[in-house]
Design a protein around this ligand. Structure first.
Ligand code: NDP
Length: 296
């Protein structure tokens, strides 16, 4: 059977990769981008360049958006007449805050359209490849209706109807990822002050990551999960005082070496706050509580 038409708005690195994957899968693809010249390679491969955003959304039941942020979607679709948006499904895979996604969902409803929100978890070259996945949220029925088309881009992981969920998940995962990247850059910088190359540290870092993720009773992630979800904190193994002092020493080591201390200082500040507040006594994790109750 013929593949349904689909529109892609936003032809940056991601949007271009998405439009390419959809063309390769045999979908008729309509594209639009603020800077029209970016559409040329796609048009050469069979895409149709819409003359306006209104024409773009009118061309397909589903429009995929990949833009800098949700403000860009409002800039592009804000002026589009309701008659062009009525009954359309918009799948916005751009990054922004959960609250801006919720606001955008209300805006779309007000125009008679449905908004599916998504956080795609891979860089452009991995779009449409095995292992790619997207956290989706918003109306499940609309997602199911377009599942086959969206599956061309990545696997689908629908987290719930609240349109903010896609970004809550995306940003949580991104924080883990960026913390690992910047953590490792800090490792390389500190060891570098002693003439040690990152290559020497790599096996130690890899072992640590494996130990953290391990499923066994000593797996740190497993144990922390239990403490967070079951209010099962106990300071039997690593007291807050020790952790506060240890993270302070790390911060001071970076200062001593003349390195940027932003990340180590953030860790030290959090443990200091947890120590100052003390364990709640009801098993709640003091570091989690310090994050939940930021100092004014
Ligand atoms: P790019 O910077 O390559 O593309 C940005 C796109 O947004 C361009 O099409 C640009 O148009 C458009 N745009 C920006 N501001 C406006 C505006 N005010 N009005 C109209 N159009 C606007 O970004 P990417 O393609 O890399 O990323 C797109 C989205 O995907 C982002 O939200 C990003 O967080 C997310 N993402 C990116 C990943 C990556 O590895 N690149 C991975 C996962 C998610 P123009 O060409 O005219 O400038």
């Amino acid at each position: 059977p013929a593949r349904p038409p689909v529109t892609v708005i936003g032809l940056g690195a991601m949007g271009t990769a998405m439009a390419e994957a959809l063309l390769a899968a045999g979908h008729p693809v309509t594209v639009w981008n603020r800077t029209a010249s970016r559409a040329e390679p796609l048009v050469a491969r069979g895409a149709t360049l819409a003359a306006s955003p209104a024409e773009a959304v009118a061309a397909s039941p589903l429009t995929v958006l990949s833009l800098l942020d949700y403000g860009a979607m409002h800039d592009i679709l804000g002026p589009v007449d309701r008659s062009h948006l009525q009954g359309r499904v918009l799948a916005n895979l751009s990054s922004d805050t959960p609250e801006r996604l919720r606001e955008a969902a209300r805006w779309a409803s007000g125009r008679g359209a449905e908004l599916i929100t998504g956080g795609i978890m891979v860089p452009p070259p991995a779009v449409g490849k095995p292992g790619a996945y997207t956290f989706y949220s918003g109306p499940r029925a609309a997602l199911e209706e377009h599942r086959e088309t969206l599956a061309v881009l990545s696997a689908l992981d629908h987290r719930g109807e609240d349109p903010g969920l896609a970004m809550v998940w995306y940003q949580a995962m991104l924080l883990v990822f960026t913390s690992l990247l910047t953590g490792y850059a800090h490792v390389a910088a500190l060891l570098g002050t002693a003439g040690v190359k990152a290559g020497e540290a790599r096996p130690y870092v890899a072992d640590l990551l494996n130990a953290v993720a391990a499923d066994g009773p000593l797996g740190i992630l497993r144990e922390l999960t239990r403490e967070f979800d079951e209010n099962a904190y106990s300071d039997a193994l690593s007291g807050l005082g020790m952790m506060a002092a240890g993270t302070e020493h790390v911060r001071d080591a970076y200062r001593e070496a003349g390195l940027d201390d932003g990340l180590p200082a953030a860790n030290a500040r959090l443990y200091a706050a947890a120590l100052a507040a003390g364990p709640a006594g009801d098993g709640r994790h003091p570091v989690l509580e310090a994050i939940r109750n930021p100092a004014p």
